[in-house]
Design a protein around this ligand. Structure first.
Ligand SMILES: N[C@@H](CCC(=O)N[C@@H](CSS)C(=O)NCC(=O)O)C(=O)O
Length: 253
């Protein structure tokens, strides 16, 4: 039984935070908005270029101040919205892992934290889908944003961008499955209509990650997925925050 989106929405009512799961239909991508209700500081995780204006509208309607726009990794299927967001809200800082090799205002490493209001996101490097995949853990609210490392009842493919099924298996088992079972899992995509899972559910029912490592490696080798339709445009654009002409203030935290 899945923890439902409604349940997540209900959990926030009357509390100290805002959480929204937003969807981009063409590439089935989830963008997440998290905010401190009191200080109004907010972050977006995995915004998409085409829906950046929608995201800014929501941020403004809720009276929030967008501090960071985070990428979990260098996406191959869509252009990130972080560059477009920086145009619309110039104070926003884009974030990606240092290991991704991509440009951003803030480059994070394993163990770094990102603060918004009284809240913190813990950065956990989870390579495998790409070498620079970062999972963001919101311990205070028992949520984890897994990007494409762990999908609901699936996981990210490992056949390009320095993908490695062995690394992915280790990343998920050591960095995600070690979180408390009740932790809500919010992935970067869903292609089947799922919105949220839990660590406990995925540990028990994920048809890929419950296999042994040799079985997992064989399974991943034989996925035979077609390349994402937008890969040729996405990879070069995402090296530079989704745009080619932005001033970036690169730094590490
Ligand atoms: N058809 C989509 C791409 C679908 C795809 O390959 N998704 C990736 C994540 S985005 S690179 C993936 O890892 N999928 C795993 C799976 O099991 O589906 C498109 O053309 O954009």
């Amino acid at each position: 039984m899945y923890a439902s989106y409604k349940q997540t929405e209900m959990a926030k009512a009357g509390e100290d935070y805002i959480f929204k799961q937003l969807f981009e239909k063409e590439t089935s991508t989830y963008t997440y908005l998290l905010a401190d209700k009191k200080t109004k500081e907010a972050v977006l995780i995995d915004p998409v270029h085409e829906t950046a204006e929608r995201d800014v509208k929501v941020v403004k309607e809720l009276g929030l101040s967008l501090k960071y726009a985070l990428n979990t990794h260098m996406h191959a299927d869509h252009i990130t919205g972080t560059g477009e967001l920086k145009k619309l809200v110039p104070s926003v800082k884009s974030v990606i892992s240092e290991a991704s090799g991509a440009r951003a205002d803030v480059k994070v490493k394993d163990g770094d934290t990102l603060q918004f209001g009284k809240f913190k996101l813990d950065c956990r490097l989870t390579p495998g889908h790409t070498a620079g995949c970062m999972t963001y853990v919101w311990h205070q609210k028992g949520m984890v944003f897994t990007g494409d490392a762990l999908l609901i009842r699936a996981c990210g493919r490992t056949d390009f961008q320095q993908g490695s099924s062995e690394s992915l298996y280790e990343s998920v088992h050591k960095k995600i499955f070690t979180l408390p079972d009740e932790t809500l899992v919010f992935p970067g995509h869903d292609y089947k209509g799922f919105t949220v899972s839990t660590v406990g559910e995925e540990k028990k029912h994920n048809p890929r990650l419950t296999k042994t490592l040799p079985e997992f490696k064989t399974l991943m080798k034989n996925l035979n997925l077609p390349y994402p339709k937008k890969i040729d445009a996405s990879l070069p654009a995402n090296m530079v925050d989704g745009l080619c002409n932005l001033e970036l203030n690169e730094k590490t935290v």
